[in-house]
Design a binder for this molecule. Structure first.
Ligand code: GCB
Length: 611
């Protein structure tokens, strides 16, 4: 133990981890899975929610008697004399997790309400609270257990959980009903207009987690940017009103410390270890970290690394680190369904590895947790994003509150993942006073929750009236750490042959990431390189862009758009798009297009250059 200088103190500082109802590291908690077959009823008129005067059956604080009409009651006609106009037992089933878009042909285009129901066996356990946990539901979820409302969640890509202990039945025979609504709304995040499919449903895993009354509620490990042997951990214990003991154990570093929390459950440990192996994509070293308090134990695997900027450079562990990136949606081109499993995530990273990439932009919303977990393990850096996309109701307070919530929840979920280096707060949003304030507010949220990573947003390029130069001067650039912008020269205008001659002007002396560029091509369609939609055309855009990309000042990396083709209702061209955005360098069925090999070769060379 002499090798370590250990300082321990107890405090509740500004940087202490947040108190939240969301379970931290639910991923590694023992759980009962509720994945599998759920019954469903499609309800376009919301008949199971509103009475015939359009008054909701479940209005809070009102004693209502919906008879057998409210679907969340999971009613059955008790005998032949009773009328009940729905019955989950006889209703069709869908496999969860999934989106209804790709599971039920008739619901391919459906946007609206679908009710899901399943029975489950679960008993209340002594000294424990039972939480019903959802990885994500798109977009609005009203959740009921045994006919009673346990909560409402708004936002399609972040986890949430409800304490259902007091709703469970003594005989252990329970049912859950979820009203899922994916109706697009102006004031929602995202708003009505996007370039991806509005997959509706319970799109990620569902489970029940029994958590002791006194439990590890939250923790965050950080590495000192000035002294990369110095780790600090902030821990929060839930369910305490007095100081209590919490144990932090990192066996490989021979650290085992018993800490006292304050009466709010907060504790901090800070120690140095000269032998600490830093995490990097080349050596994704993870340490097992065990936390325990009273009857609760929680394990995680954590990598230690620093990320910062210096002038125009991005420094990983103190050294410049060029990013070889690619953008990805959370969609598998084999079937065009949402990714939700570890196998799906492995496939995405296998493709990224084939591409010689070391960085992935998870566009345009938080992806499922297997992505950051596997990125940690396999050695990929990640950009994570929230769906503040194109236009948003900038002046609507509820919209801002919701965007902040989504941002806080993804930070809460992934703040211990070494792989995540950038939080992005927006994509291609039009500059205005209201938008600047909205986004600045989001950046403040990031900084207050996690000051150890970089902040960015995918911005846009304008053209200098006189010189014709491409200019990146978005005033929001003042606030972010990295200047990122999307550009589609050669596709949405501009002659690709002239790409190399473009003059670029970036207003701020910060690292630059070109967060998108690309072109559409139908996999297997071959023609000359002037023919739009051919693989050759796309390949040419890649060739020429790569040829001229180093003219962009402060370039620290780029993430072309996109790894795979993905579904989009904005893309109707028959026989070419067929409702798919074809800018993937991997097509439907997983076919690699020519551009894939061009980028892969470029990254291969870059890799050698920096190794
Ligand atoms: C963009 C958007 C992305 C679109 C892409 C396209 O700039 O950020 O979501 O899918 O362009 O294909 O036009």
């Amino acid at each position: 133990m002499k090798k370590f200088i250990i300082f321990i103190c107890f405090l509740a500082t500004a940087l202490s981890v947040q108190g939240t109802d969301l379970l931290h590291n639910a991923f590694n908690r023992e759980a009962v899975s509720l994945n599998g077959k759920w019954h469903y009823i499609v309800d376009p008129y919301e008949n199971g929610y509103y009475d015939y005067r359009r008054s909701p059956y479940d209005t809070w604080g009102r004693t209502l008697n919906p008879g057998t009409s409210a679907y969340y009651q999971n009613s059955k006609a008790k005998d032949k004399t009773e009328r009940c106009e729905y019955n989950f037992d006889n209703a069709a089933t869908m496999t969860i997790p999934s989106s209804w878009t790709t599971q039920v042909e008739a619901l391919h285009w459906y946007e609206g309400v679908v009710w899901y129901q399943r029975n489950f066996q679960h008993y209340k356990k002594d000294g424990k609270r039972a939480y019903l946990y959802f990885g994500a539901v798109n977009y609005e979820a009203h959740v009921y257990v045994n006919g009673k409302k346990v909560g409402l969640h708004i936002g399609g890509f972040t986890p949430f959980n409800f304490d259902i202990t007091d709703f469970l039945k003594e005989d252990g025979q329970n049912f859950v009903v979820v009203k899922v609504d994916n109706t697009r709304k102006e004031e929602a995040v995202p708003t009505v207009n996007t370039d991806w499919w509005n997959h509706g449903g319970i799109t990620r895993e569902v489970k029940i987690i029994d958590v002791p009354e006194v439990y590890i509620a939250d923790y965050r490990f950080t590495l000192d940017k000035k002294d990369r042997s110095h780790i600090t951990a902030n821990i929060n214990v839930g369910g305490v009103s007095l100081a209590t003991e919490v144990v932090v154990d990192i066996p490989e570093l021979k650290v085992r410390k018993v800490l006292q929390t304050d009466e709010n459950g907060n504790a901090q440990i800070s120690f140095k270890n000269k032998k600490l192996q830093l995490w990097s994509p080349e050596q994704p070293k993870l340490y097992e970290v065990k936390l325990s308090v009273a009857n609760d134990q929680l394990t995680d695997r954590i990598g230690f690394r620093t990320i910062e900027t210096k002038g125009a450079q991005i420094l990983l562990n103190g050294a410049p680190y060029p990013l070889r990136g690619i953008c990805a949606h959370e969609e598998n081109p084999i079937g065009g369904r949402r990714n939700y499993s570890e196998t799906d995530a492995r496939q995405m990273f296998q493709w990224a590895k084939d591409l010689n990439a070391n960085f992935m932009r998870l566009a345009h919303y938080p992806h499922n947790e297997y992505m950051p977990r596997l990125a940690d393990e396999l050695g990929f850096l990640l950009w994570e994003e929230i769906p503040v996309y194109w236009t948003i109701a900038w002046e609507n307070e509820a919209t801002l509150a919701n965007a902040k919530q989504q941002l806080s929840d993804v930070i809460f979920r992934d703040k211990n993942r070494a792989a995540v280096i950038i939080w992005s707060v927006a994509n291609e949003t039009p500059v205005s006073e209201a938008r600047n304030m909205f986004l600045t507010n989001l950046v403040q949220t990031v900084r207050s929750k996690d000051d150890s990573r970089l902040v960015s947003a995918a911005m846009e390029v304008s053209r200098h009236q006189e010189t014709g130069a491409k200019v990146i001067d978005d005033p929001f650039g003042e606030v972010v750490d990295i200047m990122s912008f999307n550009q589609y020269h050669g596709w949405y205008g501009g002659d690709i042959a002239a790409f190399k001659n473009i003059k670029w002007e970036v207003k701020y002396n910060k690292p630059v990431i070109v967060s998108e560029w690309g072109a559409g091509a139908l996999a297997g369609y071959h023609a000359d390189k002037q023919t739009v939609w051919s693989e050759e055309y796309q390949a040419e855009i890649y060739e020429k862009t790569l040829d001229g990309i180093n003219n962009i000042p402060n370039l620290a990396g780029f993430t072309p758009w996109a790894l795979c083709d993905f579904r989009s209702p904005r893309r109707p061209l028959a026989d070419i798009q067929d409702m798919w955005n074809r800018k993937g360098i991997i097509g439907e069925g997983g076919t690699k297009k020519q551009a894939f090999y061009i980028l892969s070769e470029f990254y291969q060379q870059q890799k050698h250059q920096y190794l």
